[in-house]
Write a protein that binds this ligand. Sequence first.
Ligand code: HEC
Length: 148
Amino acid sequence: MRKALFLSTLALLVSSFSLLRAQAPGETRSVWDGVYTEEQAKRGETAYSKECASCHGDMLTGGESAPPLTGGVFQANWNGLTLGDLFDRIRKTMPLSKPGRLTREQDTDVLAFLLSVNKFPAGKTELYRQSEMLKEIRFETKKPAAKN
Ligand code: HEC
């Protein structure tokens, strides 16, 4: 009796686990899902002008020695990676003259500004500030076909 109960509980557990796992892929999001807000991008623009524009240009089109942060080459570099990767890259290596100068909040805002200049749509919630969570958002150059 006890053993039968144990086995059926186990079977129930296993099936609910596979249900959870089956749902996971549907939840992956991309930069097309409105992952930042306009207000956040505005704050990011202020920080960008102060900390990044001198090298990357006011319009993010690059400078004499720094690459553009918008347009085909930039997007191709990041296509298929995640916002977490881009966030880490900025946090660990930028601004080139003094990496890590910006707070986590400022870096997130700047990332939101980059997304808006790259014409990814704004949404209702602000971008996450943790790279682990940003890793769940894919950077995709092309808008995916509508779900369903
Ligand atoms: C002193 C000049 C300078 C400043 C200031 C600066 N950068 Fe950079 N950035 C560079 C250079 C040079 C490179 C390319 C070489 C390298 O990666 O080290 C680069 C590369 C990058 C890349 C990678 C681009 C790609 O195509 O993969 C990103 C993203 C970036 N910078 C973001 C920022 C952000 C955001 C800021 C402001 C917080 C910033 N940078 C400030 C000079 C600068």
